[in-house]
Design a protein around this ligand. Sequence first.
Ligand SMILES: CC(C)(COP(=O)(O)OP(=O)(O)OC[C@H]1O[C@@H](n2cnc3c(N)ncnc32)[C@H](O)[C@@H]1OP(=O)(O)O)[C@@H](O)C(=O)NCCC(=O)NCCS
Length: 129
Amino acid sequence: MPQEEIEQKEKKIQKLKGANEETNKYTRAAFRIMQQYDLEWTEDEDYEGDWYVALEGDTVVGGCIVEEKDGQMWMYDLAVLPSKKRQGIGRRLVNRVLKDHGEIHLTSTADGQMFYRKLIDEGRNIVLH
Ligand SMILES: CC(C)(COP(=O)(O)OP(=O)(O)OC[C@H]1O[C@@H](n2cnc3c(N)ncnc32)[C@H](O)[C@@H]1OP(=O)(O)O)[C@@H](O)C(=O)NCCC(=O)NCCS
């Protein structure tokens, strides 16, 4: 089949304001992805902060949570579906959050170190704690 005939699923990053009935489907799916990893902050689903999800068609393939703490914007639990890693989804999620907030703060897992180092090298305003 010629390349152009292969249907490409639409990819987009969407910001969900809090967890409510309308957004629960997406936040739950993102939460399940986060739970696949040993992430410090993923304890329960009821975060106060803003959820950002990466969608491929209607399927959640990644997500993160952004919450204000002491006047700083902190990003928690960035996670991409294992089968979807290294396709630029994590980078797009971070770019989207940085569009809303000029600077983001975070602590990184071992898995995230190389990723964040790369993004900081590229000039993104990320403060690693
Ligand atoms: C960290 C994570 C979110 C990165 O998401 P991703 O979608 O795979 O990352 P991207 O494809 O956007 O990567 C962007 C760049 O970061 C670098 N990078 C990403 N993962 C890397 C890795 N494991 N090793 C080395 N460099 C890496 C690469 O330079 C990459 O660009 P390239 O693929 O063109 O070389 C993902 O690996 C993940 O979900 N990990 C498990 C959960 C976790 O630990 N999250 C961090 C919480 S702080």
